[in-house]
Design a protein around this ligand. Structure first.
Ligand code: MN3
Length: 209
């Protein structure tokens, strides 16, 4: 990661909203300053604040964010906490998947991993865009590592690969709040802009470790 620092989530409660790893206008014209401001300062902030409120005075105060996500997944009594904790993590991850002037063809180890799992970068791009467009309603498309191979998956709402024993490598947020101000109903245009102009392949490679 040469160009910027990674803004990790604070490991223990109370959790804090990490600043974006770039300026609010860094992804223009693909993702506007207005979208990033609302998405980061309002949506992401709310997930982090709500997580802190929900864990106050409970055993979860001593958990890391990932531990909370794993402990609450699939538990009907903890749905609200799971949703907010997972969304706190998902957005931290998503911000780091992008950079200004990103989206070029991957190089090095991540290129080798893409080629060996998908045959080519073009095959990966096709599969990833199809998955992101096919996710019905709110959710994410992910590139994940599972059993030593990369694969593309989609998840609904706040769901996260770490509770399915998959290692997240890359993610795109396809909730409408991620693109509606810039693209309205044209999710496909948002997805293609992410793939072609925003992906930070260095972060994806970092996640292969
Ligand atoms: Mn979002």
């Amino acid at each position: 990661m040469e160009n910027r620092s990674l803004n990790f989530m604070k490991a223990t409660a109370p959790f804090e909203l990490p600043p974006l790893p770039y300026s609010y206008n860094a992804l223009e014209p693909y993702i506007s300053e207005k979208t990033l401001s609302f998405h980061h300062d309002k949506h992401h902030q709310k997930y982090v604040s709500t997580t802190n409120e929900l864990i106050k005075g409970t055993e979860f105060e001593k958990f890391t964010l990932e531990e909370i996500i794993k402990a609450t997944a699939g538990n009907a009594a903890s749905t609200k906490l799971f949703n907010n904790a997972a969304q706190s993590w998902n957005h931290w991850f998503y911000w780091n998947c992008m950079k200004s002037e990103g989206g070029k063809i991957p190089k090095g180890r991540i290129k080798e991993a893409i080629d060996s799992s998908f045959g080519s970068y073009d095959n990966f791009a096709k599969e990833f865009s199809t998955m992101a467009n096919d996710q019905f309603g709110s959710g994410y498309a992910w590139l994940v590592m599972e059993g030593g191979k990369l694969k593309v998956i989609k998840t609904s709402n706040a769901d996260n690969p770490i509770v399915h024993n998959q290692k997240p490598i890359l993610a795109i947020d396809v909730w409408e709040h991620a693109y509606y101000l810039d693209y309205q109903n044209k999710r496909q245009d948002h997805v293609m802009a992410f793939i072609n102009n925003c992906i930070d392949w260095e972060f994806a490679e970092f996640n292969l470790k």
